[in-house]
Ligand binder design. Structure first.
Ligand SMILES: CC(C)(COP(=O)(O)OP(=O)(O)OC[C@H]1O[C@@H](n2cnc3c(N)ncnc32)[C@H](O)[C@@H]1OP(=O)(O)O)[C@@H](O)C(=O)NCCC(=O)NCCS
Length: 145
């Protein structure tokens, strides 16, 4: 299994992977192209097949990175791959001296926030009307120090 930055040619597979669920605000194809250029898209690959992806936003003037989205292939969920992706991201961010990893998740997405809580993300607060469909978010932060 390999965890690496996504390339333009990975885009169709990544988009297909994401179509299997109802994310809060999904990145469009155009925004994905920008995200690829800024090296924000990561993939987990097994035998050349993309089985997971994540968007991690970083800024040069901030030590706080943001996990914008994470997806595991539908047929492979519940086997620890989500945990693996986040652990890989955490390692990379630590090496780059980031202090924190923050994220928002739909309050209704129990699977996702259970994953974050199992990895010691700290629940910060709920935010009403966060997503385009007016649903609420939960904000979490993980300390990387
Ligand atoms: C959220 C998601 C990435 C989790 O990936 P995953 O590979 O299934 O997660 P893991 O197998 O690593 O599970 C890690 C932890 O998450 C929690 N978890 C995962 N699936 C769960 C489920 N069905 N019910 C309850 N908790 C669950 C558990 O705490 C689990 O730890 P444990 O196995 O030690 O109990 C995956 O379900 C997914 O792709 N969902 C659709 C996309 C999405 O909603 N992304 C998040 C918002 S962008």
């Amino acid at each position: 299994m390999q965890f690496r930055l996504a390339l333009v040619e990975d885009l169709p597979s990544i988009i297909k992977l994401e179509q299997t669920f109802d994310v809060g605000d999904r990145a469009s194809k155009e925004s994905y192209k920008r995200l690829l250029k800024s090296k924000s898209v990561w993939i987990l690959e097994s035998n050349k097949i993309i089985i997971g992806s994540a968007i991690v936003l970083i800024r040069t003037n901030s030590r706080i990175a943001r996990l914008y989205s994470i997806t595991v292939a539908e047929n492979l969920r519940g086997q620890g791959l989500g945990k693996k992706i986040i652990n890989e991201i955490v390692d990379k961010l630590k090496n780059l001296n980031y202090d924190k990893l923050s994220l928002e998740v739909k309050e209704s997405n129990t699977q996702a926030w259970k994953l974050y809580e199992s990895l010691d993300f700290e629940f910060i607060k709920s935010i009403e009307n966060y997503y385009a469909d007016s649903s609420a978010a939960k904000r979490y932060v993980k300390s990387l120090n």
